[in-house]
Design a binder for this molecule. Structure first.
Ligand code: C2O
Ligand code: CU
Length: 424
């Protein structure tokens, strides 16, 4: 099929502007002054995991699912040596939401070849974005991520209180919100919950028993986040929400898609709430100035129409998930120049939600369905474009290379909903 890994031709051979090839755009060898080197070795291999009392086949980095958590402080150098023991489809590490130099991006067929069994690739980049991120394989990613080749990446100063990273993942029919289920936390303890959606579909979260603030989206802090209570948060595939609150005297419970997940404190857990309204994140927080906005003059404007239909795949007409009527790798590449201010309008004409994701750049959301963002500046790397919706977003082209943009429903991406963005 339209395998995401095969569309790009010889990996790394792509020009990336200024006559440089993508494979040469590598991260620095040293941390920033005062930073440390965080060195990891990940060996991807077949394994099993226990889920709801059953043993299921999985693939894991170091045989763990999720893979080893990566934590760092701002300015550290992260160096990960990736090896592949026995994953026949090959593996990579893609740093989701982290704007690494292109040669570290882990997109097979674009920035490197997938690491075959017995092979190795060393990734190096500076931890210069603070916040909650994740990593995952980008080789046959539809299968590989579902099987367990993912983990979390958190860049933050040492936390006071309880700081929990909760990757949410579905194994078969069972959705697990990472980490052990119950924690003790004394009243008044500052709590931060970092929710990471590693699935291909959105998840609904509600937190009951406390008021809280949604303090960051996709790793980026929100400006002036207000207090929330009795709302539902819908987290796009690939997205992250950080929640913060002070532990109240009673218990707190997190529900995922209506099912009980994490519990904090002691006492009767609050009952599963029902029918709480969804938070509109485009109206949440306090507006603040950004370097550009909806009225800026843009150097490039792209429109992407997402749909499902017949398109040419490997030279034959097939049902595919399409961008502007075409399936990857036949979707025209977006060309930008370094320094360009780029706007993109993404419209969903289909019947399924498409979590649109950009590599190498986070975007400022300008408008959703013609309404401009009235809350905090909202920077995202993956935004859910629901059926009938139109999102207008913008970014500064400041990370030369060649990049995948795709739907983060990874089955949709594998069936054509992807394209490249390249610096001229
Ligand atoms: Cu998290 Cu190209 O993906
Ligand atoms: Cu999609």
């Amino acid at each position: 099929g339209a395998d995401l890994d095969t569309g790009g031709g010889p990996a790394g051979a792509h020009p990336a502007g200024h006559g440089v090839s993508v494979a040469d755009l590598r991260g620095p060898a040293e941390p920033a002054p005062g930073g440390q080197v965080r060195r990891y070795t990940f060996t991807a291999r077949q394994t099993t995991v226990e889920v709801a009392g059953r043993t299921v086949e999985a693939w894991g980095y170091n045989g763990q699912v999720p893979g080893p958590p990566i934590t760092a402080a701002e300015g550290d150098l992260i160096e990960v040596t990736l090896r592949n023991a026995d994953i026949g489809r090959g593996v990579t590490l893609h740093w989701h939401g982290y704007d690494v130099p292109a040669g570290e991006d882990g997109a097979p067929g674009v920035t490197q070849d997938a690491v075959p069994p017995g092979g190795e690739y060393v990734y190096r980049f500076r931890a210069d974005q603070v916040g909650t991120y994740w990593y995952h394989t980008h080789s046959a990613s539809d299968v590989g991520v579902r099987m367990g080749l993912y983990g979390t990446l958190v860049v933050a100063p040492p936390a006071a209180g309880l700081d929990l990273t909760l990757p949410v993942h579905t194994f078969g029919e069972t959705t697990v919100a990472g980490g052990p289920g119950a924690h003790d936390a004394a009243p008044g303890t500052p709590v931060r919950l970092r929710l990471v959606n590693t699935d291909s579909v959105p998840h609904r979260f509600v937190l009951s028993g406390t008021a809280y603030r949604l303090v960051a989206v996709d790793g980026a802090d929100l400006n002036g986040p207000g207090e929330l209570r009795e709302v539902e948060l819908r987290l796009p595939a690939g997205g992250r929400y950080d929640l913060a609150f002070a532990m109240p005297s009673g218990p707190v419970a997190l529900f995922v898609d209506g099912e009980p997940g994490l519990r904090l404190g002691v006492g009767e857990p609050p009952p599963a709430p029902d029918g709480w309204p969804e938070l509109d994140i485009t109206r949440y927080g306090t507006p603040a100035d950004t370097a550009f906005g909806p009225e800026s003059r843009f150097d490039r404007s792209f429109t992407l129409v997402l749909d499902r239909g017949i398109a040419m795949v490997d030279g034959v007409p097939r049902y595919a998930h399409t961008v502007n009527g075409r399936a990857y790798p036949n979707v025209p590449t977006q060309l930008v120049r370094e320094g360009d201010l780029v706007e993109t309008t993404v419209a969903n004409r289909g019947l399924e939600t498409h979590p649109w994701h950009l590599h190498g750049h986070r975007v400022l959301v300008l408008e959703r369905n013609g309404h401009r963002v009235t809350g905090s500046p909202l920077w995202m790397d993956t935004f859910d474009v629901r059926p009938g919706e139109v999102w207008r977003v913008a970014f500064r082209a400041d990370n030369p290379g060649e990049w995948m943009n795709h739907c983060h429903n990874l089955a949709h991406a594998a069936q054509g909903m992807a394209l490249h963005l390249r610096y001229d």
